[in-house]
Design a protein around this ligand. Sequence first.
Ligand SMILES: [Zn+2]
Length: 350
Amino acid sequence: MSHAEAPAPVIKAAEHEAESHLPMGELPANHLFDTVLPVRPALLNRGSVERMKPNLVEELLAGGGARAMVLSGRQALIHADALVLADAAQLRDRLRDADAGPQLVVYLGAALGSSSLPPGTEILLFILSETMDARAAGLPADSSWEGFRDVAARLDPTHTALFVEASAIANWHATHTHCPRCGTPTNVEASGWVRRCPADGSEHYPRTDPAIIVTVVGPDGRLLLGGGGPLDARNYSTLAGFVEPGESLEQAVVREILEEVGVRVRACQYLGSQSWPFPASLMLGFTAVTDDAEAKPDGVEVTRARWFSREELQAAVLSGEITISTRLSIARSLIEHWYGGVIQDRPLDE
Ligand SMILES: [Zn+2]
């Protein structure tokens, strides 16, 4: 049964104890005490022990069989709706011959049986300082440089995971070239997963910025979505913001929602997360309840806020009145978690 057909009332957090005595038909939609988002298992063994070996990358290049994906800035080399995963040693030689790097090589891991690659395939990341003509590297001439948002919908989960991991580590290297203590340029160690300062010996590890992303549910069970930019824009999404130093995740949820839409969150629950390294975020998904029925956008980050019942949201998406986040995003997963099922997208040809 779809919750769109039979929306159920949201039970207040204080009523949790009573909830377990309710007959099944009276349980609210997946809210606060029901399911969390499903775990998407890792597709790569990152080899956190193996990558500490000082010459791992050189050994993999010399041993043959390792594959390499290529990243420059935020773009990866793509061919036929997949990452180009070239023979790593050959590609390294051809890039050298073409005087094109790579600037840095990072060990990404070995394919697990759950991935779309032959199990055990070792994957390296070649980071180039500039994009280059694929033909010069002996790669298919119709390869193209594409950003994650442009290509993610066409990639399989393994290639998506590789693009995300590669982006996260490459963005860190690009912005953490010097020691934060003394300013000396740092050296890369641990197959690309540590940078060490030669002056004071300090070790520096890849960084991730936690951000909360939240479905806010009102006293009548409706969902609050918001958007930025022009007042007449059609896109609506979950509210989100960065966690500040010294703050718990829950405190960040309460503060951000109050700041952005003037709504006081009474209780919230963690549901799941998504890496979003553009440039360095980890999105921590929550659902929250409020007793407030009115939302007041701050006019800066959020210019539009609107409450939706399940029927209203599905109808608004189908009619094209609004757009919501794509299926690639945790925002969509959170919205559908509240909805209690799949929200149908507007057909592309309309
Ligand atoms: Zn230093």
